[in-house]
Design a protein around this ligand. Structure first.
Ligand SMILES: Nc1ncnc2c1ncn2[C@@H]1O[C@H](COP(=O)(O)OP(=O)(O)OP(=O)(O)O)[C@@H](O)[C@H]1O
Length: 219
């Protein structure tokens, strides 16, 4: 199995403070990993470092084919194209339909052929079970339906890694289960999934490796 993420003795800073230190982490392709830990323990910081949104202060960090210590600004969009992001602060655009949200991402990432764009959008909508509601605007969809569209959006460019920060918060338990079950299926097809969560019952229901942020490191 190929490794998609490898961190050795990594330190991450938020402004001038140490958010995490001595982070050793290795994630294989197709692996599902939960990231747990108290509020403010560094989960989001770790996820943001993986898509090069915050720099590596020290240590060695590799994500896919990139050395994060040496990555150039102009390479970052290429790294991000291989990472699907499901974050609270990365919601759907509300001025257009779910379908148009997906088309927007494909057009922004270099897709031109109309037929291919339509085909890809249908594939990801099918994967999340939202084929019949994509004409709706996000505000006409339930929280769980919006989250499924967000996951569809994350899948568009066939990412090798999905980073999900609390993808089930604000969802009822049944809908939350459906979302996590979907993410496990996606991992089963070869995409590594890292999901930050506080929801122990979901973790018990869908077991996988758990990383915990505590005492400013990851165990
Ligand atoms: N934009 C920022 N600027 C400066 N410091 C930040 C910033 N965001 C987070 N921090 C600090 O970094 C530390 C880790 O925060 P982080 O958001 O990674 O935690 P978290 O485990 O994701 O928390 P939560 O469960 O609330 O999402 C905290 O001490 C926090 O105050």
């Amino acid at each position: 199995m190929g490794k998609v993420i490898e961190y050795k003795d990594v330190e991450l800073h938020r402004q001038d403070l140490i958010a995490l230190k001595h982070v050793n982490l290795s994630v294989d392709e197709g692996e599902f990993v939960y990231l747990m830990g108290k509020v403010g323990s560094g989960k989001s910081s770790l996820l943001k470092s993986i898509y090069a949104d915050i720099p590596i202060a020290s240590g060695e960090a590799r994500v896919l084919d990139y050395d994060l210590n040496k990555i150039r600004n102009k390479q970052i969009p290429y790294l991000r194209r291989e990472i699907g992001i499901v974050f609270q602060d990365f919601q759907l655009l509300t001025d257009r339909s779910a379908y148009a949200n997906l088309r927007f991402v494909l057009e922004a990432t270099g897709w031109h052929d109309k037929a291919e764009i339509e085909k890809r959008i249908e594939e990801v909508l099918k994967q999340v079970g939202m084929l019949n509601k994509s004409y709706k605007n996000p505000h006409e969809l339930s929280g769980g339906e919006q989250q499924r569209i967000v996951i569809a959006r994350a899948l568009l460019n066939s990412p090798r890694i999905i980073l999900a920060d609390e993808p089930t918060c604000n969802l009822d338990p049944i809908t939350g289960e459906a979302i996590v079950s979907r993410l496990h299926e996606i991992a089963g097809k070869g995409t590594a999934v890292i999901m930050a969560t506080h929801n122990l019952s979901l973790v018990e229901q869908f077991p996988a490796r758990i990383l915990t942020c505590e005492n400013r490191t990851i165990v």
